[in-house]
Write a protein that binds this ligand. Sequence first.
Ligand SMILES: [Cu+2]
Length: 180
Amino acid sequence: MQQSSILLLFFFLMGIALIVFTYVYLSSKKADQGMTNPLKKRFWFFLILTVMMGIFASVTIPKSPYFAFADKTPAKVIHVAAMQFSFFLSENAIDPEKPSGQQIELPVDEVVEFRVTSLDVNHGFAIYDESNRLITQTQAMPGYVNRLRYQFDEPGKYNILCLEYCGMAHQVMRSSFTVK
Ligand SMILES: [Cu+2]
């Protein structure tokens, strides 16, 4: 964001704050003469709030990643077990007693599914492209398997980083895979 637009935003927000303060000041003077119908005001406030939240939810919920590629069959399923402080990725189910992983290669332009869990505490499973842009992510939670579907359009090396602070060595918790 440019400096001038930040300044403009600041003045805009200041203007709103000024209007709110003026309104509160003026209505506090009016309160001496007795309030006029506060229940009616509350009714309209909650009605407008409900309508606004309804519009917001109906626009944003369909764009939620939970529905992404839901009608497709994944070309490959990758099992992921997160553990302080590494990720195990495998094409086969992972034994929680003796977790082990393998080098993963995924097909380009095909839907793949990650089945993500944790063997100890909560972790984040975040996939970054070669320019370190966050592409998609889910949580790795003990006792749960979170399914994350994605279609990689670009071949290359992708990095996995933990996106939830999970302990002293959280920052070294990373892995990678290739898309061909
Ligand atoms: Cu972690």
